[in-house]
Design a protein. Structure first.
Length: 135
């Protein structure tokens, strides 16, 4: 659940709009909830006797998770029967897509002292292929 804004743009190279460059941009602000659990197990020597000690903690965090998705590339599309009002359409596109999740890392490092120390963003990038048939 959250806010989402998007922009889909196409710049045509031909008069019939069949071959084009496209770019898609999406910004999302997602409402998020994280449950954090910590367990510390230690062997402690108390007066010469070895005892096991376990510390356990739990916290729930709420926040806004910003996500950005950018996709750009080349597209070819056509209508299969342009004389008919209910024409069929076909489209093929290839582009580069990147998704970026700001400060998404909620893992606890080995040297963390405070429960609020969460750093690290997550990103995915790669070739994006798509074929579409419209009827």
């Amino acid at each position: 659940i959250g806010w989402r804004a998007a922009s889909d743009c196409t710049w045509s190279f031909t008069e019939d709009n069949s071959f084009s460059f496209f770019s898609d941009f999406v910004l999302s602000l997602l409402a998020a909830k994280w449950d954090e659990h910590r367990w510390y197990d230690a062997a402690v020597t108390a007066g010469g006797a070895l005892t096991d000690t376990a510390l356990r903690g739990r916290a729930t965090h709420y926040g806004i998770q910003p996500v950005v998705d950018i996709n750009a590339g080349l597209r070819w599309q056509t209508t299969l029967d342009s004389a008919d009002e209910d024409a069929y359409g076909f489209m093929i596109q290839a582009g580069w897509e990147t998704q970026y999740w700001h400060e998404n890392n909620k893992l606890i490092g080995w040297n963390d002292v405070e429960a609020t120390d969460h750093n690290g963003s997550l990103s995915f990038s790669g070739l994006s292929l798509r074929a579409q048939f419209d009827w």
